[in-house]
Structures are given as structure tokens and as C-alpha cells.
Design a protein around this ligand. Structure first.
Ligand SMILES: Cc1cc2nc3c(=O)[nH]c(=O)nc-3n(C[C@H](O)[C@H](O)[C@H](O)COP(=O)(O)OP(=O)(O)OC[C@H]3O[C@@H](n4cnc5c(N)ncnc54)[C@H](O)[C@@H]3O)c2cc1C
Length: 389
């Protein structure tokens, strides 16, 4: 049996930072990763360029049953802290839009930086290691395919269940249940939405077409592109809204946010220009054709009544869709929900019930928007736990 001050299960974003911080404090730290290498999600993130933080991250960019929970960690480890870390390693980066920071080169640079810091702080990492059981008497006994480990501080950093082929498991949720900690509902987030069969037949043909839009669900709205897919809708605006959408609810899409259609319809109401041709001045032609095909068979503008034009205008600015579902955890960038924040200290991320047991990163019921927020939560929660383990 090997004794360690800290055992972290999960070698992802949160696990790495927690290990580094604990290592800096002189703690003997072990990371147990079940995949053959750590940091797989970091490697594929941001299209291979890792959107490692968002300059403007605040608790308002996160979804949780307790919207205040993330405040403390986010305040103690800010985007500026992670940016200094990246700059210390001379990793060049750029802002893409809305404060989203990406590596100029590759996500590999972020993983290499984290691995180097682990090494410098004497963090041991074991990979391809399966945890068979965890039991507790005074300390935690972790029995694995590599033998047994004994520790007073056990950190669960196994992430959510999205993209199982990248190593995601429900391990963290099972451990939470085992120790009698409550979970909130687990759902796929930042995920493409699917359309009903009849809409899919038409709009599925637009696969690859994108349209700048405002997408809303209830009182939440995002302005970015929507992207048509074979199964329904994706693109940043739809991914963002998917985290707020619930089965049975509608979403509203304004596909022409910067143009007042009633004005252009008024200007063209005596013209013989066909509706589809007029709309093609504002949308990709294929979208204009599909939109007319489903809702308003195209004809010359001067043949539409004022009432028709009003409802076309309404449809363009408030296109109501009832998605049939989502593409599920296989395609979701994140998992909504997780370990109930009521069970954890927001200051330390330690369980209130089980001393020495910590949950950090995506396994906790804190989920960020698209745009570098999820990593910022992983770094921040890992950092604060790293000060106490
Ligand atoms: C395709 C994709 C792209 C993304 N891009 C971005 C982005 O650009 N910016 C951003 O902010 N967020 C992005 N995200 C989200 C981000 O990757 C996660 O929110 C973040 O990685 C969560 O960090 P974590 O440490 O909690 O979990 P993870 O990074 O998922 O790490 C968990 C680790 O635990 C390991 N593990 C799981 N089960 C076990 C077990 N039983 N035993 C041992 N180890 C286990 C896993 O293999 C993994 O290494 C992306 C997600 C995906 C899927």
C-alpha cells in the first residue's frame, strides 16, 4: 500500500491545476488517470487550439442550481491568473471574439505546460490505471489495477459524461452517490438540437449553411451563427441556447437581427421582385428557398397582402421551433448538472459531509457557456481545492 498526501482521480484540466497547487505546497500528490494519457479533452478542445479561458468570465456565464456558488473560486483564480501562466510558458495566443482566448499553435502546448508544472512540483501521474473501489475508515483507501493507495485528501476530478470516446465516465457521480451526496439532473449541454422529421426533411438539406441570428429560450438570448445540420441545428448560438432548452420547450430564432423586414417589404411592396430573390439579398439563397418552401410560397412582392407581409416579417424575426431533442452526450461539449453545490464548500470544494473528499471541475453542478468558460471553472475550482487538500 502506498501512502500519498493527496490522490486526484482524473487527469484533466481541473485535476492538473489542483495537483500543481498542492504540489507547490509540498504535498505528495498522485493523479490517477484511466486513459493512456492525461488531458485528452484539452487536446481536442477549441478545434485543437484550446479556448483556454475567457477574459470576461464571471459567475453570470455559468449555469447551476446555485448561481452564486462559483463566485468564490472564480474570484480567487481569474482569467488573468491563467493568462500569466500561459505567458510564463511563452505560449502565444489570440482573442477570437467576445474575450475568447485561443492558442495560436496547438492545445498540446497547454497540456505540455501542465505536465511540466506537475513534474516540477513532483506530482506523480499514473495512466491506464483503473480504480476498482474506494473505501473509507480514517482515511481513503483506493484500490486500483496498480495496487492500493491510502490518502487523507481524495479529489474527484473525473469531469462529466459528454464524449465517452474521450474517456468520459460517470465515475464522479457514482462516487458522490456512494458517499450519499446529492446530484442534480444530468443533461447534455452545448449540444446540437434535432428537428422533427418534417422540418428535418427540408432544413436537413441545408446542412453546412449558417445564418447570423439571435436565438432565444425564455428570457435568455445569444447572438451568433446558427448552422444547419443533417439532423437539425447547431452552430454557436444553438449550442449556447441548448444548455437552457428543456424537452418540450420552443426556441425562437431571429434570422435577420440587423434588418427591419417591414421596412424592406414596404419599400418593395409595389415591385415584381420575387420574395425568394429579395430574401436572397439578406440570407444564403438556399436558406431563403427552404424558408419560402415551408412557410410562404414565393411570388412577386406586389402579390402579397399587407397581412401576409406582416406574418412573413414575424416569422423571420421570431421563428419558433420546437426541437425534437438533442444529439445527446455523444455530441455534447459539456454535461449540465452534477454534484449538488449544496453538498460542497464554495471556498474549498470539499464535501460538507465527508471530510477530505473534494469535487472539482465539470463533475460539479457548474456549467459554463461556450467560449472558454468551462476551462476557467476547471482551473479555478482546481486551484482553490489545491490550497486546502
Ligand atoms: C470537443 C470539446 C471541445 C471543448 N472545447 C472547450 C474549449 O475550447 N474551451 C472550454 O472552456 N471548454 C471546452 N470544452 C469543455 C472542457 O473540455 C471541459 O469542461 C473541461 O475539460 C472539464 O475539465 P475537468 O477536469 O473537469 O474534466 P476533463 O477535462 O473531462 O477531465 C476528466 C479526466 O478524468 C478522467 N477520468 C474519467 N473517469 C475516470 C475514472 N473512472 N478513473 C480515472 N480517470 C477518469 C478522464 O479520462 C479525463 O482525463 C470542450 C469539450 C469538448 C468535449
Amino acid at each position: 500500500m502506498i501512502e500519498k498526501d493527496v490522490v486526484i482521480i482524473g487527469g484533466g484540466a481541473a485535476g492538473f491545476i489542483c495537483a500543481i497547487e498542492a504540489g507547490k505546497r509540498g504535498r505528495a500528490v498522485l493523479i490517477i488517470e484511466h486513459e493512456e494519457k492525461p488531458g485528452k479533452k484539452i487536446l481536442i478542445s477549441g478545434g485543437g487550439r484550446c479556448n483556454f479561458t475567457n477574459k470576461y468570465a464571471s459567475h453570470e456565464n455559468f449555469i447551476s442550481q446555485n448561481p452564486h456558488f462559483s463566485k468564490s473560486a472564480l474570484a480567487r483564480y481569474t482569467p488573468a491568473d491563467f493568462i500569466s501562466f500561459v505567458e510564463k510558458y511563452k505560449i502565444s495566443y489570440h482573442e477570437k471574439k467576445f474575450g475568447q482566448l485561443f492558442c495560436d499553435g496547438s492545445s498540446r502546448q497547454i497540456v505540455s505546460m501542465l505536465e511540466k508544472e506537475c513534474k516540477d512540483n513532483k506530482v506523480e501521474i499514473v495512466t491506464s490505471c483503473k480504480v476498482n473501489d474506494i473505501s473509507i475508515n480514517d482515511n481513503f483507501l483506493i484500490s486500483t489495477s496498480f495496487g492500493n493507495y491510502y490518502t487523507g485528501s481524495l479529489v474527484i476530478a473525473t469531469g462529466g459524461i459528454s464524449i465517452p470516446k474521450m474517456g468520459a465516465t460517470d465515475f464522479g457521480y457514482r462516487i458522490a452517490k456512494k458517499f450519499d451526496l446529492k446530484l442534480t439532473e444530468i443533461l447534455p449541454g452545448l449540444v446540437p438540437l434535432t428537428l422533427k422529421e418534417d422540418e428535418r426533411k427540408i432544413f436537413g438539406q441545408l446542412s453546412g449553411v449558417s445564418v447570423d441570428s439571435i436565438v432565444s429560450c425564455g428570457n435568455i438570448s445569444f447572438r451568433e451563427n446558427i448552422l444547419f445540420t443533417h439532423k437539425g441545428l447547431s452552430g454557436p448560438a444553438v449550442l449556447q441556447i441548448s444548455s437552457y432548452w428543456k424537452a418540450g420547450r420552443s426556441i425562437s430564432i431571429n434570422v435577420l437581427p440587423d434588418v427591419d423586414t417591414s421596412e424592406i417589404f414596404y419599400e418593395n411592396s409595389d415591385n415584381k421582385i420575387e420574395l425568394v430573390n429579395l430574401l436572397s439579398n439578406y440570407f444564403p439563397r438556399r436558406f431563403a428557398q427552404a424558408f419560402c418552401q415551408v412557410y410562404f410560397p414565393s411570388k412577386p412582392m406586389n402579390q402579397f397582402s399587407q397581412k401576409d407581409l406582416k406574418s412573413i416579417s414575424e416569422k423571420i424575426h421570431n421563428w419558433i421551433i420546437f426541437p425534437s431533442g438533442t444529439e445527446g452526450f455523444g455530441k455534447a461539449e459539456v454535461t449540465l448538472g452534477g454534484v449538488d453545490t449544496n453538498e460542497l464548500s464554495s471556498k474549498t470544494l470539499e464535501s460538507k459531509k465527508v471530510k477530505g473528499l473534494y469535487f472539482i471541475g465539470e463533475v460539479v453542478d457548474v456549467t459554463g457557456w461556450l467560449g472558454g468558460y468551462n476551462f476557467q471553472w476547471a482551473w479555478a475550482s482546481g486551484f482553490v481545492a489545491g490550497q486546502y487538500v
